[in-house]
Ligand binder design. Sequence first.
Ligand code: SF4
Ligand code: SF4
Length: 171
Amino acid sequence: MAAQERTSSDFTVEIKQTLGGESITRCYQCGTCASSCPVAKMTDRYNPREVIRLALLGQRENVLGSDTIWLCASCYQCQERCPQEVEIADVIYALRNIAIREGKVPKIYAEFAATLTRDGRLVSMSKFLEKKRIEYGLPPLKPTGVEAIRKILSATGFDKLPISGMKGEST
Ligand code: SF4
Ligand code: SF4
């Protein structure tokens, strides 16, 4: 096998070496997570058992390149119930973090990241929103202290990610 080829175990090792992904190989595909998952009840586009199965099969591009891993609501119900103590929600975070490093992020999250970097908010204030706040009797929003936020983003390396709005490839 050529040195640069990846095997399914390459992806498994990559996940296990990523914070949160350590427990993935304990999965024996019982499906308890899927039957506990409120998102899986709402849509057949998301099933945590399938995500883990695909990951263990080395389906790297399928797992990281689709928006499926972004549908998890991080409720941890699956993690509470898994008989194998797979930290499923944390595995999903690990997969997201691998995807983020490669700029594979749904457009909406890339936009949130860019707005956070630029304005210190996830969503920009618009004239429309300002007007609505007045209508509802809400006070004007205070400045965000964007310089402090940028310092945090820089210290954590967030601003170097390809989703920070500066280099911006996204799915
Ligand atoms: S509940 Fe645990 S062992 Fe069962 S399929 Fe889900 S992750 Fe795997
Ligand atoms: S943490 Fe995610 S995968 Fe687990 S039950 Fe909640 S929504 Fe489903």
